[in-house]
Design a protein around this ligand. Structure first.
Ligand SMILES: NC(=O)c1ccc[n+]([C@@H]2O[C@H](COP(=O)([O-])OP(=O)(O)OC[C@H]3O[C@@H](n4cnc5c(N)ncnc54)[C@H](O)[C@@H]3O)[C@@H](O)[C@H]2O)c1
Length: 280
């Protein structure tokens, strides 16, 4: 049996580029995929090509910045298990030259579109007993990049929203992860300098994924979840050091560390403000 048999997935920006690939991959795993985009002709053509290949993909028009549109798409799904918030736009403008209308439109699509997608999807996922949201950020959201003030801000916002949403909805059985692609040759970046692709690897993908211990964490999704846990855990340890709560002969990392983690997480709840607060 395929992994997503009987599941329903929405992919935004599914008309072309990476969104079309996400739609195809999910459908090959057995999902019924609803591909949404503003490029109706390309969206219909992509969905028709995938259907000709035996896959369950339908296309619907949606501007991801439109909350009413989101409600209509989710209401039209029998159930919802997976949302890929992939739609995005880009423009090149350094900080000093960024125009407010360009900034507002980019943030509306990339950041607000992601927020609205999650808000629309979560009640339906709760009703389905859980689900998975994948937000497409960018390595630029982590590193910043000269000439992309609005785009980098939008992708950093997606990463931050992903962490918060993951924490808020873990108890609902809803996993929220972000992926940060490096340069990928798609219509988005074909007009940019060097096609927007920085050749970090032969395929232009970010090296960070290769440097992380994928073998141990087993899957990409698990890797991202663990990354969030590690950040949280590091913060707790930092607080503990601030308050001199680490015993002088603290055990070495290992199974003891896990026990201490739960201790710190309780201890840090009612603490008085410390130097770490300024950095949050
Ligand atoms: N190509 C890269 O190098 C790269 C790198 C990192 C991250 N990304 C991200 O990957 C995602 C996919 O980009 P891509 O490379 O496939 O580019 P693309 O331009 O080929 O695809 C983006 C899709 O989003 C759709 N879209 C734009 N505005 C929309 C809106 N308001 N509502 C609905 N759909 C809308 C477009 O019509 C298009 O089909 C984007 O979020 C992008 O920021 C791309």
């Amino acid at each position: 049996m395929r992994r997503l048999e009987g599941r329903v997935a929405i992919v935004t920006g599914g008309a072309r580029g990476q969104g079309a690939s996400h739609a195809e991959r999910l459908a090959r795993e057995g999902a019924a995929v609803v591909s949404v985009d503003v490029l109706d002709e390309a969206g219909e053509a992509t969905a028709a090509r995938l259907r000709d290949d035996g896959l369950d993909v339908t296309y619907r028009h949606l501007d991801v910045a439109d909350p009413d549109g989101w409600r209509a798409i989710v209401d039209g799904c029998a159930r919802l298990d997976v949302l890929v918030n992939n739609a995005g736009i880009i423009h090149v403008a350094p900080l000093a030259e960024e125009r407010l209308e360009d900034w507002n439109r980019l943030l509306a699509v990339n950041a607000t579109g992601t927020l609205l997608g999650m808000q629309a999807a979560i009640p339906a996922m709760r009703a389905a007993g859980g689900g998975s949201i994948i937000n497409v950020a960018s390595v630029f959201g982590v590193t910043g990049s000269e000439g992309y003030i609005a785009y980098t801000a939008s992708k950093a916002a997606i990463i931050a929203m992903t962490k918060t949403a993951a924490l808020e909805h873990a108890a609902d059985g809803i996993r929220v992860n972000a992926i940060c692609p490096g340069g990928v040759s798609t219509p988005m970046n074909e007009r940019e300098p060097e096609g927007g692709v920085v050749p970090l690897t032969p395929l232009g993908h970010v090296l960070g994924f290769r440097a992380l211990p994928m073998g141990f964490f087993a899957t990409l999704a698990a890797m991202v979840v663990v990354y969030l846990v590690l950040i949280e855990f590091g913060k707790r340890l930092f607080y503990a050091h601030e308050r001199a709560e680490v015993p002088p002969h603290a055990p070495k990392p290992g199974r003891h560390l896990r026990r201490r983690a739960s201790y710190f997480s309780t201890a840090s709840r009612d603490r008085s403000p410390g130097p770490g607060d300024a950095t949050r």
